[in-house]
Design a protein. Structure first.
Length: 420
């Protein structure tokens, strides 16, 4: 088949959306001829990877906006508007490529938010959208614990989603999708409301086999003190405040315990002051933003990953911890709740801050006092990553999905239900 992949974010050796884009390209190219529409800013990293890996069946088409339409984009600032304008330009480039190549299927890989359009859905080709995220929301009871900055962020996010839901191009994308892949049930529900007729819930996350092997070689830990770790940007919705308060509640029950927090962000000073106020400042270490190699070293020196995120489609760190044979404690929300099962960690319901703090503290004590349980959950976690989140296995799933959509289109054409 001839495939067009729309990968706004695509770069090797990266996590998050760029890593999803790159790995989708690699897997699609195992079975098909692939054209990749992506941003100019990823060219250098892609060229470096192409020099060391054979990609005979892949052609990269780099698209950048004119200076007047991108000069104001600085990091995350202005990213949403830049993405929207890029999608408009991508339609015309994609249409020109289709006239020349004649694609069998188009897959919009990144970025995928249910409230932002992909105009490539307008081309007369089966359109696969996703996995799509963005439908996850912070439970209302947790808003009162946010800083003013956090509350403003949540209000702005809700407003942006509501505006997107009113966008006719967004609704058209939903209606035109031959299949929408949603990262969570919350996103799937919103996509149905906007007219997406065929839906399946499927995580966008995965780890390459070499990464899984490397993480699985992190040695087991049997020494004291019992140590928890959280990894991520220090943002209000990551829930680190809940983790800190739960740790303070847990400490009197288990004197030999520490909590390490890796990452940086606008909430760092607030969290540091909170740790002092709770009386656990001497047992909590804020490492800041450190290189990935050091992150994995610190992970190997801890017993349990704590990831109390309040709204998240993904959660790569949960997969990495499971591959590193570490159990995970997370909230029963969003993407992490689909990755972490009762066999691989502890999912805590999220009805109120007080209930979450109490249940997190109970989970900490349960794992701290039962090394055999930690070992059982850890081994099951690694097995789950190998079976469900290996990119090689996901590549086979994608190939089967492409074939089913193409065959469906051919059958509908034969029945005269769609035009050629």
């Amino acid at each position: 088949m001839k495939l067009l992949l729309s990968a706004y974010a695509c770069e090797p050796g990266m996590g998050s959306e760029p890593g999803v884009g790159w790995n989708c390209v690699r897997q699609a190219a195992r079975f098909h001829d692939v054209w990749v529409l992506t941003q100019e800013e990823g060219r250098q990293g892609i060229n470096a990877a192409l020099a060391g890996e054979a990609f005979a069946r892949v052609r990269f088409v780099y698209l950048d906006l004119p200076p007047w339409a991108r000069f104001w984009k600085r990091g995350r600032r202005g990213a949403q508007l830049h993405y929207y304008l890029w999608q408009l330009a991508a339609y015309f480039v994609g249409r020109r490529l289709h006239r020349k190549v004649g694609f069998d299927l188009i897959h919009h890989v990144t970025l995928c938010r249910y409230w932002m359009p992909s105009l490539l859905a307008l081309l007369p080709v089966p359109f696969l959208w996703g996995p799509v995220g963005g439908g996850e929301s912070t439970p209302p009871a947790f808003w009162r614990s946010f800083s003013l900055r956090g509350k403003i962020f949540e209000l702005a996010r809700d407003l942006a989603r509501k505006m997107g839901e009113c966008d006719p191009f967004v609704r058209l994308t939903h209606r035109r999708a031959a299949l929408g892949l949603a990262t969570t049930e919350e996103t799937a529900a919103r996509m149905r409301e906007l007219g997406c007729r065929r839906l399946s819930v499927h995580s966008q996350l995965g780890l390459p086999q070499d990464e899984i092997r490397r993480l699985s070689r992190i040695p087991d830990r049997h020494s004291s003190p019992f140590r928890l770790i959280s990894i991520g940007r220090l943002l209000h919705w990551k829930g680190f405040e809940l983790g800190l308060r739960a740790f303070a509640l847990f400490c009197p029950e288990f004197a030999a315990a520490e909590y390490w927090i890796i990452g940086d962000g606008p909430e760092r000073k607030r969290l540091q002051k909170l740790a002092q106020r709770l009386g656990v400042g001497g047992r909590v270490t804020f490492w800041g933003a450190i290189p990935r190699r050091q992150v994995l070293e610190r992970l190997g020196e801890c017993d349990v990953l704590v990831h109390p995120s309040l709204h998240e489609s993904g959660g790569w760190v949960c997969l990495e911890a499971m591959a590193a044979v570490r159990p995970v404690v997370c909230l029963d929300l969003g993407g992490p709740a689909l990755q972490v099962t009762e066999d691989t960690g502890i999912n805590v319901p999220a009805t109120s801050p007080e209930q979450v703090i109490s249940d997190l503290a109970a989970a900490f004590y349960k794992l701290a006092s039962d090394p055999k349980l930690r070992a059982r959950l850890s081994l099951a976690g690694r097995k789950r990553v190998e079976e469900q989140f290996d990119w090689e296995r996901k590549g086979i799933f994608m190939a089967e999905l492409y074939a089913s959509l193409f065959n469906l289109e051919e059958r509908l054409r034969a029945e005269g239900k769609v035009s050629a």
